[in-house]
Structure formats: structure tokens, C-alpha cells
Design a protein around this ligand. Structure first.
Ligand SMILES: NC(=O)c1cnc(N)c2cc(Br)sc12
Length: 318
């Protein structure tokens, strides 16, 4: 016979698995009714035995109190921004500069969609979420942990208890949720958001986590800022590992053997951006090899081993 603690742990594991399948893979394994029954059983068990509650329990996503302000957080690793390229010539210049510095070392890239959202840095200790902070000025951001916990695709516990890992991702508002939110605000005579990025920024900078919980936000993780307990050599490996850890990762990335393949990817997704449920404003082109990145380093503002190709602004529907 299971003890209440064993039952609670089993329910948490089960609910965590279903959250991953529903919110990250978009492939639910059970009906909403069956999920609600599991969730309700855990809530009732934790109410009956309050000392069973753990911070990573799925019942603990929406905090209680309303904050008075946001605590500043100093990032261990500065969150750099990216230089921009607006056309093929600027991408070719980037490629040439990089090859000149790396000599004849083979240069492969990984291209990833540039999500039009809000950058976030997440810290996990022994596999459990410790904090989430906005980019701020790149050195100091704002602690928005209580708000990002409400994002259902954000894991509160990773699949392995890594001693410490810090990752970077983008919080975004899906296009449909953005349109719905603005319709609701218009109906209430409230100011509407200009674009999904502003709506996402406004939603994670709420002082009341219940308001954030009421907004539909997504998360896509794309970089490891700090890692203990595992060696990784490339961006492709980074993205696969992030996915194994339970993070939502944009599967549209592509390893490119040459700049020509990078240009093909940029052209393809400039034409396909409307197919996506979230807004993108370009492509991030990254040197795949992590050791080679070390050789290149970064300027005060941005890495020498990556560049953002920005799509031309779309004509606004009149
Ligand atoms: N995949 C990526 O690296 C990525 C995606 N979306 C973004 N808005 C950004 C911003 C930086 Br800086 S990197 C990056």
C-alpha cells in the first residue's frame, strides 16, 4: 500500500509527463477529464497533508501573493544581443570574417528561427527550477520567477537532476492568443497591445502571477548559458540535450554545411513565417562548434560567432 508521500510523488511524475505531452509535444496521452482527475487527486492529497507540498509540484505553478516590485537579478553570464544582417551581402561578410579568424577549420552553422518575444534566463539546481529573469540590460534583469512558473510548457523539474544548468529562451504569445486578448481588451474598452512581443512582455512583468496565469504564453529554449554535469560540443547537441531535459525546443532548426545552405534556410522561412503559430522576425545563424566559438569570443555587445538575419518588415494590413 502506497504512503501519501509515495502517492503524491507518483501523481507529480504522472502529471509532469502529461504536461510535457500536452504543452510541449502537443500530443496529449489522456483526456482533459482524466488529467483533471489526476490533478484534483494531487491537490486534495496536498491539502490533507500540507507538509507533502514541494516547490516543483504541478499544483504550485500559480503563486499566492501580489508582488510590490521586481527584484533585480545579476546574470552570471551576460545575456548578449546579436548583430544584425539585413541582406545576403551582410551575411556573406559575416561568413568571410568568421572564416578569416578560424583559418581553414570547417565552418558549419545551425540556423534557428528568431522568435519575436521576450528573452528569459532560467536557472535550475539539482533539476529544480530556481529562478527566471528577464534580460534587462544584459547584465541585470528582473526576477519574474513567480510569473514564468505559470507557463505550462516550462518544466518545474528537469528529467535529470543536473547539479546546475542555466538556459536562455524566449517567452512568446501565440498569434491566436494575442488576437483573442486584444479582442477581450477592446470589449472592455482597454488599450490593446501593439504586437505579440509587447503582450508577452506585459504579461511576464505583471506583479500579480494570477494575471500572468490567465494569459496564454509559450516558451522556446535555445541556448545553454552554464552547464555542470555534462560536456557538450555543438549547438546541434545543445538543442537535442535541451529537448531531452524536458524543455520546449523549436524543431525547425537546421544544421547548415555552408553559407549557401544558410541563405536557403533564410529564404525558405521568410516565405513560411505565416505558417507558424508564433511571430518570428528573422533567423539566428550560429557557428555550430562550441570550441570554435571560444576562439572567436564576443565583443561587449554581441558574439562574433552568431548573427541575426532580419526579415524585411511586413507591410501592415491597412
Ligand atoms: N534561437 C535563438 O537563438 C533565438 C531565437 N529567438 C530570439 N529572439 C533570439 C534572441 C537571441 Br540574442 S538568440 C535568439
Amino acid at each position: 500500500m502506497e504512503t501519501p508521500r509515495e502517492r503524491a510523488e507518483k501523481l507529480r511524475e504522472e502529471i509532469r509527463k502529461h504536461d510535457y505531452h500536452y504543452y510541449v509535444l502537443d500530443q496529449p496521452l489522456i483526456s482533459d477529464a482524466e488529467y483533471d482527475r489526476l490533478f484534483r487527486e494531487l491537490v486534495e492529497l496536498e491539502q490533507a497533508y500540507p507538509d507533502l507540498v514541494t516547490p516543483d509540484s504541478p499544483t504550485q505553478r500559480v503563486g499566492g501573493e501580489v508582488l510590490k516590485g521586481f527584484t533585480p537579478v545579476q546574470h552570471r553570464v551576460p545575456l548578449l544581443s546579436l548583430d544584425n544582417a539585413f541582406n545576403e551581402r551582410e551575411l556573406r561578410d559575416f561568413n568571410r570574417r568568421l572564416k578569416e579568424r578560424l583559418g581553414d577549420e570547417a565552418v558549419a552553422y545551425v540556423c534557428e528561427l528568431k522568435i519575436d518575444g521576450v528573452s528569459i534566463a532560467l536557472v535550475y539546481q539539482d533539476g529544480v527550477l530556481m529562478s527566471g529573469a528577464t534580460r534587462g540590460d544584459g547584465i541585470v534583469g528582473e526576477d519574474v520567477t513567480a510569473n514564468i512558473r505559470t507557463i505550462k510548457s516550462l518544466p518545474l523539474r528537469l528529467t535529470y537532476p543536473l547539479p546546475r544548468v542555466e538556459v536562455r529562451g524566449e517567452v512568446y504569445m501565440p498569434k491566436e492568443a494575442f488576437a483573442r486578448l486584444n479582442r477581450e481588451r477592446e470589449d472592455r474598452g482597454e488599450k490593446t497591445f501593439a504586437n505579440p512581443r509587447n503582450a508577452a512582455a506585459g504579461s511576464i512583468r505583471q506583479l500579480d502571477p494570477k494575471v500572468t496565469a490567465g494569459r496564454t504564453l509559450g516558451l522556446l529554449v535555445y541556448d545553454i548559458l552554464h552547464l555542470e554535469g555534462k560536456e557538450i560540443d555543438s549547438q546541434r547537441e545543445t538543442l537535442e540535450f535541451l529537448s531531452e531535459l524536458g524543455f520546449p525546443v523549436d524543431r525547425n532548426f537546421r544544421w547548415c554545411a555552408s553559407l549557401d545552405e544558410v541563405l536557403e534556410y533564410c529564404e525558405e522561412w521568410q516565405g513560411r513565417r505565416h505558417e507558424l503559430p508564433y511571430e518570428i522576425d528573422g533567423v539566428v545563424v550560429k557557428l555550430n562548434s562550441l570550441p570554435a566559438r571560444q576562439l572567436l569570443g564576443a565583443t561587449a555587445k554581441s558574439p562574433r560567432w552568431a548573427i541575426a538575419y532580419k526579415f524585411p518588415a511586413e507591410e501592415k494590413e491597412t
